[in-house]
Design a protein around this ligand. Structure first.
Ligand code: NAP
Ligand code: F7E
Length: 326
């Protein structure tokens, strides 16, 4: 049997690195797409050097995507690349739309031209539900995005559905709720808190400035969620799936657990800074992954508490290693 080839856009990101780990265990040849940068930004895939291939292309450049598909000839394309930080989408709404919305059309057009038999995964988001129209949110819940990022993802979701219906492309939309890990970017709230806890514990800071502590999210572990992406592309038919834990927790609960894990009291350190409150907030998200469980046989394995503990422990260990190295 020939070795299956998977192309991952956004391989340098949190999910890209976990998906590459997973696909290697499934026997894939893994090719990662990166955009050109003046210095390499391969921290999350450092451990995979020699096991994966890296090619340059950019979601902003149509020809680069066409040439990449012609060279690599993948069986599966996982589109994880995006401008993914919600607050930046208010600062750079046009660029966010170019990457996160139109970039998907460029990639789908490249697939249509080069090989319409490619199976395509689009990284859709619970941010599309925004001001939620029902609780919990399912594949049938109407969208009401609350940021330029959420709006761009709603476009990307529908263009994925449209290329499936217009051209018969095997295009899936995975509507993933927040998922986190020790590899999460430090600006996202879970990692901001766990890194902040470790900095305070190491004596490098005394306070942590936070935004809206009442916001609620359905947080899962990224390592579990990338497996759902792969399972979607192994089905007989393409479809849309919600991937979530079915539990919701507040940012305050996150702080309570993370500080307690390090033997600290969050009330002694967390300071609310109104400047970090968003112009339009997504107050509460709760996903219903019944369809993913039934059709894909997928299950989340890591609980909220285990996830927070895992992230705090990893950040504490990182600062510990740093202090020993000095
Ligand atoms: P992330 O850590 O921010 O990674 C984003 C990736 O996109 C990075 O590898 C980045 O490359 C790449 N990228 C950005 N612009 C690009 C461009 N113009 N051309 C090529 N590559 C570009 O995001 P993540 O948390 O892994 O999330 C993966 C995907 O899932 C994203 O699409 C995100 O919007 C979506 N999503 C995430 C969550 C979540 O909770 N994590 C939930 C739902 C959906 P550089 O390293 O060069 O910056
Ligand atoms: O915020 C609140 C903030 O930035 C979560 C992305 O991966 O998941 C992510 O988007 C909540 C919000 O993630 C701070 O107001 C309070 O209500 O970790 P976040 P997000 O905006 O939910 C979705 C599914 C994606 O698709 C996105 O790509 O936490 N919050 N205080 C804070 N958030 C941050 N970042 N920093 C704070 O100080």
């Amino acid at each position: 049997m020939t070795q299956p080839i998977a192309l991952i856009t956004g391989i340098t990101g949190q999910d890209g690195s976990y998906l590459a780990d997973f696909l290697l265990t499934q026997g894939y040849r893994v090719v990662g797409m990166v955009r050109r940068a003046s210095t390499e930004n391969f921290e999350r895939i450092e451990h995979l050097r020699g096991q994966i291939e890296i090619r340059q292309a950019d979601l902003l450049d149509q020809l680069s995507l066409i040439n990449l598909l012609r060279e690599v000839r993948p069986r599966e394309v996982y589109n994880l690349a995006a401008q993914s930080f919600v607050p930046t989408s208010w600062e750079q709404p046009v660029l966010t739309g170019e990457f996160t919305a139109l970039g998907v059309t460029r990639l789908l057009e490249a697939i249509r031209l080069v090989d319409p038999g490619i199976r395509f995964y689009q990284a859709s988001s619970s941010e599309m539900f925004g001001q939620v129209q029902e609780v919990p949110q399912t594949e049938r819940t109407p969208f009401y995005p609350r940021s330029p990022y959420g709006v761009a993802k709603a476009y990307a979701h529908w263009i994925t559905v449209n290329y499936r219906e217009s051209y018969g492309i095997f295009a899936c939309s995975g509507i993933l709720f927040n998922h986190e890990s020790p590899r999460r970017g430090k600006e996202f709230v879970t990692r901001k808190v766990t890194d902040g806890v470790a900095r305070i514990k190491a004596g490098l800071a005394t306070t942590l400035l936070m935004g809206n502590l009442q916001a609620r999210r359905d947080w899962g572990f990224a390592g579990d969620y990338v497996e759902a992406m792969w399972r979607m592309l192994q089905q007989p038919q393409p479809d849309n799936y919600v991937v979530a834990t079915g539990e919701t927790h507040s940012v305050q609960e996150l702080c309570e657990r993370a500080f307690a894990r390090a033997g600290l009291n969050w009330k002694d350190h967390v300071v609310v800074d109104r400047a970090l409150v968003r112009p339009a907030e997504v107050e509460s998200l709760l996903g219903d992954a019944t369809k993913a469980k039934r059709v894909l046989g997928w299950q989340p394995r890591v609980s909220f508490h285990a996830l927070v503990d895992m992230m705090v422990d990893a950040d504490l260990a990182r600062y510990e290693r740093r202090s020993h190295a000095q």
